[in-house]
Every structure is written in structure tokens, then in C-alpha cells.
Design a protein around this ligand. Structure first.
Ligand SMILES: [Zn+2]
Length: 93
């Protein structure tokens, strides 16, 4: 029976599930059982470990963002990209 439970936990999360839940996992927002399943999957899957690491890097970079002021050139470029994306001038809001 123990093997059965272990098998169920191990088979609970696919790569797709894990990548979908990576940010919730990193924010500690998953139910405990799901968290255990994700951890077990990460133990056995290098691909998902790499993905998790990337998400972790991005979210810690985002957390530090207010301290990093973009240079005026970068700010202008960001504004232009935003305008291009949203099909409007960035100045009118
Ligand atoms: Zn995986």
C-alpha cells in the first residue's frame, strides 16, 4: 500500500503541471500535497528544475526592480515598445 501511495504522489504532476504551477510553488501558494508532488517531480526532472530556476531568477529580478532605474534611453525604448504593442502613443493615456 505504501508503494501505491508513493506511486500516486510521484505520478501526480506532469512537466506541464509543474511549469504551470512554478510561480505558485515559488510563492508558497500551493496546497501541501501539490507542493510535495511538485518537489518530487523536480527531483527527477532536470528540465523542470531548469525552468523553476529561470522563474526564480525572473521573479527575484522583478522584486529588485524598483531599485533599478532604467536609463533614459531604455525608458524611451520601453515606451516605444509599449506604444507599438498597444497601438497608441504612450503619451496619451
Ligand atoms: Zn518535468
Amino acid at each position: 500500500m505504501k508503494d501505491h501511495a508513493l506511486q500516486w504522489i510521484c505520478s501526480g504532476q506532469t512537466c506541464r503541471d509543474v511549469t504551470k504551477r512554478a510561480s505558485e510553488y515559488l510563492d508558497d501558494r500551493l496546497p501541501l500535497l501539490t507542493e510535495v508532488q511538485v518537489e518530487l517531480h523536480l527531483e527527477s526532472c532536470a528540465h523542470c528544475r531548469a525552468y523553476k530556476k529561470q522563474i526564480d531568477l525572473v521573479s527575484s529580478a522583478l522584486r529588485n526592480l524598483p531599485k533599478l532605474y532604467p536609463s533614459p534611453v531604455n525608458r524611451l525604448r520601453l515606451r516605444q515598445q509599449f506604444a507599438a504593442h498597444h497601438g497608441q502613443s504612450a503619451s496619451d493615456n
